[in-house]
Design a protein around this ligand. Sequence first.
Ligand SMILES: Nc1ncnc2c1ncn2[C@@H]1O[C@H](COP(=O)(O)OP(=O)(O)O)[C@@H](O)[C@H]1O
Ligand SMILES: [Mg+2]
Length: 302
Amino acid sequence: MANAEGRVIAVANMKGGVGKTTTVVMLAEGFAEAGWKVAVVDLDAQANASYCFAPDEELKAILEQRRSVTSFLADRLLYGDRTSIADYITPRICHVMKAGEELAIDMVVASPRLRLLEREIVLRLAERNFGLRSLEGQSLKVLEEALGLLRTRYDIILFDCAPGISAFTEVAIRLADMVIVPTIPDYLSTLGFDAFRASVWENAHITRSALPQPRRRPVVLASRVNAGKIQHRDTLLSLREEAAAEGAVFEMFDVAVNNQAAIERAMDPENFPYAPSFEQKWYRAVDSVRDLVSETRRRLDG
Ligand SMILES: Nc1ncnc2c1ncn2[C@@H]1O[C@H](COP(=O)(O)OP(=O)(O)O)[C@@H](O)[C@H]1O
Ligand SMILES: [Mg+2]
């Protein structure tokens, strides 16, 4: 065990397509390769991270056994069952190999029903004259308790959050020791980051009294960077300046993740019908994964 108590990272951004799921998969496999016990919790109804680890038939089988975050939240929030998150975990979901063994990654997958479930819970609560705040408050309690158990079993727990602002994303951000915000260094993405940061970290008191403040400032990770683009280089520089200034409202990773074919390839399970080694899977991006993991480790301790 690398830590006595597991650490929690939420990877979030209001914008889609910025590399959230990619960051989660890189961190999960990178930390597992470094010998950490990893749990991934998929909070996105698109279930991209789930498909990455358990393509098609495998995910179907897992969902048929009701082992998903959707079933967990439905059982706890809709049906009031006192079930434990442990019953919804799929062990050893990753088939990437190291020294003859699969990487130690367990996962609570998501299903497309997650989005509907959120609506259903809001409607049920509304019937009883409770609102969104009540959903957030109850989700906070349930996920906090789940994390209590996960922290004793894993060295690191990664939340892959949905784009937009979902109640479950809001809660994961509050419970995390660190929130990583992958951001493409272009104009629209930085605008999006600023709106996201302001709505969660600054204006929380206006709308969301049920939730505590996030524990620390968001940490921006420049993602899908095209170093040949002047706009990317300039935006990256100004983001770094802003993060280094006194009273900065966010932190920023020194490493940046370049847009590279090896990463796109690694994210499609169809490219790996066999169980690849960690090096085979990440190929030319293997150093990007290791660099991201070592800085994340440093930032978790700092
Ligand atoms: N560094 C990268 N290099 C190349 N392709 C990337 C990179 N990061 C993400 N992608 C690709 O971009 C798309 C969106 O990434 P994804 O991680 O799914 O974003 P999000 O989870 O924020 O919606 C995916 O097709 C993914 O393979
Ligand atoms: Mg995603």
